[in-house]
Design a protein around this ligand. Structure first.
Ligand SMILES: O=C[C@H](O)COP(=O)(O)O
Length: 246
């Protein structure tokens, strides 16, 4: 069985003091048997945490990157800048970036290509709105997002995050997740052939200490992308514990 992967997305949270305290509490509480663990702080905390996590089982991820290696892109960060700091993963196409920064599937795909070229593992997010689910358009939406956002020869990680479940405390039900995972696997196989059978798919959206074990035990769920609960050491450690047991 492949090891699960638990990714903590801190989003726009964390001063130096908060970040150090959180990481120290995580390192002190890690169980003996571990899943893959990735923590994605804001850009401003990456250098500090790169140093603290250098010899630890927690890998470092970023929350976005630009598609170019360098150049006139005010406010942006390139994949090369991330690898230079020791970052190994990057979240791309999160719904908050799609909504707040107008990122399109094509942008996400270009970023995924650039990230992989630089040696980063892209974690590409897709997910439907509540309206799309209620009107039965969710599978069409997800299918288009897969086609548009994942580059040829994609070997990163896909994260399924129903937008209506993010930060709401209302995770998708086990049936909804199971049915969607089945659909996503079929789409990945359709798009990537044999390679699509082993691409890892994460679930994200209100994963917490209570629901993690049941979500992580579902077929094709290779781990979780955790937002709010990753800011609380106790909760994130419980999710890590659930992944070790899954
Ligand atoms: O990247 C993480 C997801 O947006 C999930 O966030 P959440 O766990 O706070 O719902």
């Amino acid at each position: 069985m492949t090891r699960q992967i638990i990714v903590g997305n801190w989003k726009m949270n964390g001063t130096s003091r908060d970040s150090q305290a959180l990481v120290e509490a995580l390192l002190a509480g890690l169980p003996a048997s571990l899943p893959d663990i990735v923590t994605c702080p804001p850009f401003t905390q990456l250098a500090l945490l790169a140093d603290k996590l250098k010899v630890s089982p927690i890998a470092l991820g970023a929350q976005d990157c630009h598609k170019a290696t360098s150049g006139a892109h005010t406010g942006d960060i390139s994949p090369a800048m991330l690898t230079d700091l020791g970052v190994s993963y990057v979240i791309l196409g999160h719904s908050e970036r799609r909504q707040e920064h107008g990122e399109l599937d094509e942008t996400v795909r270009e970023k995924a290509v650039a990230a992989a070229k630089a040696g980063l593992t892209p974690i590409v997010c897709i997910g439907e709105t509540e309206d799309q689910r209620e009107s039965g358009e969710h599978f069409d939406t997800l299918g288009w997002q897969i086609k548009g956002s994942l580059p040829d020869n994609f070997s990163g990680i896909l994260a399924y995050e129903p937008i209506w479940a993010i930060g709401t405390g209302r995770a998708a039900t086990e049936d909804e997740i199971a049915e969607t995972m089945k659909f996503l696997r079929e789409e990945l196989v359709r798009q990537f052939g044999e390679a699509g059978k082993t691409l890892r798919i994460l679930y994200g959206g209100s994963v917490n200490a209570k629901n993690a074990a049941s979500i992580l035990s579902l077929t094709d769920v290779a781990g979780a992308l955790v937002g709010g609960a990753s800011l609380n050491a106790e909760a994130f450690l419980s999710i890590i514990g659930a992944a070790s047991a899954a």
